[in-house]
Ligand binder design. Sequence first.
Ligand code: BGC
Length: 768
Amino acid sequence: MKKTTELHVDRRQFLKGSVATAIVASIAGCASQVQGQQDSYLMSLIAKMTLAEKAGQLHMDGVLSPKMVQPNFQKINPFTPNFTPEQAAGLLAAQQAQIRSGQMGMMTSPEDIDSVVYAQTSAVKETRLKIPLIFGADIIHGHHTIYPIPLAEAASFEPELAERTARACAVEATTNLGIDVTYAPMVDIARDQRWGRVMEGAGEDVLLGSRFAAARVKGFQGKGLTDPKGLLACPKHFLGYGAAESGLDYAGTAMSNRLLHEVYLPPFKAAFDAGAIFTMAAFNTVDGVPSTGNKALLTDLLRTEMGFSGVVISDFQSELELINHGFAKDEREAAKLALDAGCDIGMVSGIYPKYVPQLVQSGELDEKVLDLAVYRILDVKMRAGLFDDPFLRVDQAHAADKAPAAHLALAREAGHKSIVLLKNTGQLLPLASNAKVALIGPFARDTKNVDGAWSPFAPQVASVSLAEGFKAKLAPSNLIIEDGCGISEAIEGGIERAVEAASAADVVLLAVGESASMSGEASSRASITLPAVQQQLAEAIAATGKPVVILLRNGRALALEGAVKQAQAIVVTWFLGTQSGHAIADIVMGEVSPSGRLPVTFPIASGQQPYYYARESSGRPTPVGESPMFKSHFIGIPDDPLYPFGFGLTYSTIEYQTPTVYTASVSKDGSVTVSAEITNTGEYEATEVVQCYMQDPYARIVQPVRKLLDFKKVTLQPGEQQTVSFTLLASQFAYLDQKLNKVLESGTIKLWVAPHARAGEAVEIDVV
Ligand code: BGC
């Protein structure tokens, strides 16, 4: 083992004479006895704890770095407070004292691995009961190497890709930071593109969201809960956070219990089934009750109904926010209500250690509630291997390569697979290698808005800008670069210079879109269009008559307008992370073919939000492209998307035959196979995402117009034909009735095998 810091504790040394020895010995026996022995060990440990120590286990604080007392200390982590070296010394001493007194259970967002070692050493050497701490951080789409934002990766329709990138995140975060838990994946279904946190999840669809949730949990957790290079996953935010009213972050939800179960719960179930033992309570209310104080959600639904046996953590002081909601009258009541509801760990607020002991002493809180929460966190620490080895995820060669080359290659591959080609008039793309290109726009040279909103640990590795990506492909004389404007502000003479550059080129690559801070937490947008100055730039460039390829940088679906919408080609490039510029240039120059599909619907206008494909059948539907009076639509636009869910082009053309089923009916306990022939009728190899949808056209609860049931990614050579089949259980056609019972009625089901949510002809099957 490498001794990497003077604070580093040799774990074998530590094991001698520690509580861990007793546990290791106790679990060495017969496997069937292990759980019982662990339980009795934990019970006896709890019996030894004071009320203050118990409440302390439920407290999470931000880890302070021992280096912060140095005058030249540069903080990386936005959660680290601002301080002078003198203040830092005081803060650090106070935190150490709190750890030593056994009043800390979990710590968050360390600056560096030394902070983790420093705090853990105090916990396991200097506290009365030597209970290890558990460390968490937001490792959402990368640590040093940044991968595409989760929404972008969902566009790959390849959950295995997300499993691999989550795995790589875990390897880097354990190796370089020594943490145990990541507050990810975010599995909130997001159907309103005004909500900034759309970028953090897998988009609007329940099935896609569930598959990505499970894949990410598996990837983070690697070989299991005690994998030294694995991070425990914490799917979040429980529950319904993505349904924030009008897409406004931190707003309440208008939510039926059925919708909660049908749409918002399944990705959590998938994440728990994949092995997640943490979850995070959400900021929002559900039916008037804040999630963090919601016993019906955190205890009845999560634990009793779903059988979740892990730990619930609050979302950054959400237990304290019960006061702002007007749900708790003061801190003391907030602590009681949150803990009683089933929120085990309070993130950063400190109200658990402050009030829980008194609440128990006064009889206002049953000590059994406290003991159960303490049991859960101790049990999770044990399952995570920390009683056996508190430095399990620290004991790595963490001075090693911070971002291995294999991770860079994976980031580039993930970038390729996340890019979605929306439009390619006259096969403008891919560009010829000798094309004279004007790369224009506020993102042309930009390096600050490449990674996306969740990359606090990224600065060590420079991300590749568009300019660098295209410089690597084109002769210097064939590439002119102009900013044209800033992201939201004009540059003097910028548009004129950009027009000049466009006029001198064969083709314009116009890089427009959102800054990193325009999506993510607290970044809701009332209008999901491009900033006005960028639209002006696009109009001026279009007026040159040169063909324009829009390279869209975005953390959500956008409502494209004017010259951007009318451009000859549109490529959705999201925030792709470390290898962004290379991945985009590879696609534009045709070295890699585009294969991504939209995980969110692109609307015609912002005002259509929330707008998603799986909407209920309306009583007054409108035919595609039409806007007849007294039929459902907004004045001036048809009730259509600009680009539907699941849409994306390749450089080739794929034709679908009408699907077939081999039998006209299926019994309720049977299965049916639906197939379609697809042919690559173009000149390029193409990877197609073949999507299988259903509709129950007649039911006692109004059903969605379509619902994704499955998808497959297939690669076809020019001229190649393949039959793509989906075998579906009839039980997949069931729906939840008003009492939330699953019902499968006899009757017709429509099935599609199609390239997106609005395409294709249906085939019918009778459920008998
Ligand atoms: C976010 C969470 C995040 C937490 C800790 C909160 O503001 O809502 O998603 O995990 O902060 O950083």
